[in-house]
Design a protein around this ligand. Structure first.
Ligand code: CAA
Length: 380
């Protein structure tokens, strides 16, 4: 067992950290305030190979391992949490399943553009009435001759407003339950597909979260990803990887909040001394540092298992559960250390607190992670 990053992983960490500090951190507050999609920043991330970090070089990817993905996601999210989720969805929920289940023609058609940043992907599983119970898909896919006809709507679509490619699940045969769910790759400009409401949110405001409505969307048969009935397995498997990404996003947010609170504690004086001299503050910082480290270890373990081709779903759920709840605790304490300034927009502490909260909800709520972990505990 070894806990150190390899030389390549370390180099990537340094490169992405420098990029995030110089390019993302200075504009993160403005992007949040204006709810502005970070187009230029995402283009720079793509140049660094971050939009297809685990995809093989032959499909335009960076050919790196899942630990690199986790490391890069932590750094990007420390700079800008919205950039983190944009990157995570493209990598884990779009590029990864196309790589795993796509035909050679689908890989050639979609991956080079998605990995190079020429296009952006989004993922559709949730619906207005279907969230945690992902098997209850009501979006319908009917095969009519040599076409698939899709009708329904999808909710909470990260990147929905800017995306070019939609990887989406729909019910093809209700009588088969979860085995009747199919996955499709749909160009966003397909007639009948409309990007509807763009949600106003508490945090990650620079990323879009939309509804997508599908009315008689007609697709050729080769829009199907994998085989008929593979959709649920594809969605669940992709989310296993996605949970490593979101856990790393939570970690990056928490680390940034911790570092800013620590630095502030060394400067801010009260009762004749820097507040960092008081145990009340030191104990908070100690707990924050310990929890951040624990989350990172859980994340790197899940990522290493994925990289080794081993089962990693329950470990990814543990990493995501712990890291997301940790990020809420850490960002809460960071505000406490800043006091009134933490509550004001003068410092970024309040943004970190708002950005952290979603990590307990998307790509499986904390309750769903406990369900996955609990089922694993009972059967292993
Ligand atoms: N990998 C592969 N297959 C899996 C799997 C996994 N991780 N988990 C389950 N399956 C398979 C099972 O093996 C089973 O197949 P078999 O019958 O052949 O064994 C089948 O799927 C059904 O599994 P379950 O009986 O466990 O299904 P369930 O209905 O009880 O649901 C659940 C399981 C864990 C609750 C699941 O519905 C779930 O994860 N829900 C949360 C959904 C979620 O995370 N949504 C996030 C939305 S996406 C998002 O947020 C994106 C964004 O833009 C940020």
């Amino acid at each position: 067992m070894q806990f150190e990053l390899t030389e390549d992983q370390h180099l990537l960490q340094q490169t992405v950290r420098k990029f995030a500090r110089e390019t993302l951190l200075p504009v993160a507050a403005e992007l949040d305030e204006e709810g502005k999609f970070p187009k230029a920043q995402v283009a720079r991330m793509a140049e660094l190979g971050l939009m297809g970090i685990m995809a093989p070089v032959e499909y335009g990817g960076a050919g790196m391992d899942p630990v690199c993905y986790a490391v890069a996601m932590e750094e990007i999210s420390a700079g800008c949490a919205s950039c983190g989720v944009i990157m995570s969805v493209n990598n884990s929920l779009v590029v990864d399943p196309i790589l795993k289940y796509g035909t050679e023609a689908q890989k050639r058609a979609y991956l080079p553009d998605l990995t190079s940043g020429r296009t952006l992907g989004c993922f559709g599983l949730s619906e207005p009435g279907t969230g945690s119970d992902a098997a209850a898909q009501t979006t319908i896919a009917e095969k009519k001759g040599d076409r698939w006809i899709i009708n329904g709507s999808k909710n909470w679509i990260t990147n929905g407003k800017e995306a070019d490619v939609f990887l989406m699940m729909a019910m093809g045969d209700k009588s088969k339950g979860v085995k009747g769910i199919n996955a499709y790759i749909i160009p966003m400009n397909t007639p009948g597909l409309t990007v509807a409401k763009n949600e106003k949110k508490l945090g990650i405001k620079a990323s879009s979260t939309t509804q997508v409505i599908l009315e008689n969307v007609s697709l050729s048969l080769d829009a199907l990803l994998g085989k008929e009935g593979d959709g649920f397995k594809i969605a669940m498997g992709s989310l296993d990887g996605g949970r490593i990404g979101i856990a790393s996003q939570a970690l990056g947010i928490a680390r940034q909040a911790f570092e800013e609170a620590r630095d502030y504690a060394k400067e801010r004086h009260a009762f004749g001394a820097p507040i960092a001299n008081f145990q009340a503050i030191q104990f908070k910082l100690a707990d924050m540092a310990m929890e951040i480290d624990a989350a990172r270890l859980l994340i790197w373990r899940a990522a290493a298992l994925k990289g080794a081709g081993q089962k990693f779903g329950p470990q990814a759920a543990m990493a995501k559960l712990f890291a997301s709840e940790m990020a809420t605790r850490v960002t809460h304490q960071a505000i406490q250390i800043f006091g009134g300034f933490g509550y004001s927009k003068e410092y970024p502490a309040e943004r970190h607190y708002r950005d952290a909260r979603i990590t307990e909800i998307y790509e499986g709520t904390s309750e769903i992670q406990r369900l996955v972990i609990g089922r694993h505990a009972l059967t292993s």
